[in-house]
Design a protein around this ligand. Structure first.
Ligand SMILES: NC(=O)c1ccc[n+]([C@@H]2O[C@H](COP(=O)([O-])OP(=O)(O)OC[C@H]3O[C@@H](n4cnc5c(N)ncnc54)[C@H](O)[C@@H]3O)[C@@H](O)[C@H]2O)c1
Length: 257
């Protein structure tokens, strides 16, 4: 439990909030006073996250949820517009929703490849696009989910790595594009964080996968916890991160140092 209250009166949207890093971020921001909207496909997970966040409230924080895919353009427009209409504005957008697929590249269909890009990169774009006009009014900020795969080779994850490289590139570009408006855009690049996503990867490697290629992907420092990432997101999204912009913060225990 934190004693900080950096998000008092701040309105935030957290996608991917039903699980893992998104859930830990929702709890952290609400525990620091945020008025939060949790977005995810997984309704049961969302309800549990909101319950956990409410029980972590110390100041005026509160949370509600909406079930939707981040790649549903009409839904994203409505979610942002409805939240802003209800709460009066938007201060912070945290884009954590994402998924991973693992396969031999020659056996990956174009459809499979594009479906990962559509969600991880396209969904992140949609939320950024809809949120930015409102963030400008509040001089707010965005924190996106990149990955160590944005910068380092992750075999059998061409689509995932391409989507996360795209998120990192889009983060740098939006930071420049909105520099003069006072909106900051940063990202985290986690690696080896103990969440359902990371823990499912081991069981996803295709038959015949070359294990010798995975040396640098082993979490030698042990798996990190979602809270380790949530704490960095909270710093970036708060006034403590006021002079951090266009940064992608690697959080992997040093495995890629
Ligand atoms: N865990 C790690 O080691 C790690 C490493 C690098 C990057 N990341 C990134 O961090 C983010 C959070 O991942 P996590 O590890 O907490 O995973 P997680 O699986 O625990 O959480 C991801 C959440 O995103 C939701 N989601 C997936 N597709 C969605 C869609 N179309 N619309 C709405 N919600 C959707 C899922 O339902 C889930 O609740 C992801 O973007 C992931 O790629 C995680």
């Amino acid at each position: 439990m934190t004693t900080l209250n950096r998000f008092a009166q701040k309105t935030v949207i957290v996608t991917g909030a039903a699980s893992g890093i998104g859930r830990a971020t929702l709890i952290r921001l609400v525990s620091e006073g945020a008025i939060a909207l949790a977005v995810d496909l997984n309704e049961d997970g969302l309800k549990e996250s909101v319950k956990l966040a409410q029980s972590a409230v110390s100041g005026g924080g509160r949370a509600s949820h909406v079930v939707a895919s981040i790649a549903d353009e009409a839904a994203v427009k409505k979610i942002v517009a409805d939240f802003v209409a209800k709460e009066g504005g938007l201060d912070v957008l945290v884009n954590m929703a994402g998924l991973i697929r693992v396969s031999h590249t020659p056996e990956t269909s174009f459809e499979q490849f594009m479906s990962v890009l559509q969600i991880n990169l396209g969904g992140t774009f949609l939320f950024c696009r809809e949120a930015l006009p409102h963030l400008i009014k509040r001089r707010g900020n965005i924190v996106n989910a990149a990955s160590t795969s944005s910068y380092f080779g992750h075999p059998y994850m061409a689509a995932y790595a391409a989507s996360k490289g795209g998120v990192a590139a889009m983060t740098h570009t939006l930071a420049w594009e909105f520099l003069k408006s006072g909106v900051r855009v940063n990202a985290v690049a986690p690696g080896g964080i103990a969440t359902p996503l990371a823990q499912s990867v081991g069981g996803m490697f295709p038959e015949g996968a070359d294990q010798s290629l995975f040396g640098h992907l082993q979490p030698m420092a042990g798996f990190g916890q979602p809270e380790n990432v949530a704490g960095v997101i909270a710093m970036l999204a708060s006034a403590d991160g006021a002079h951090v912009n266009g940064e992608v913060v690697r959080i992997d225990g040093g495995v890629h140092s």
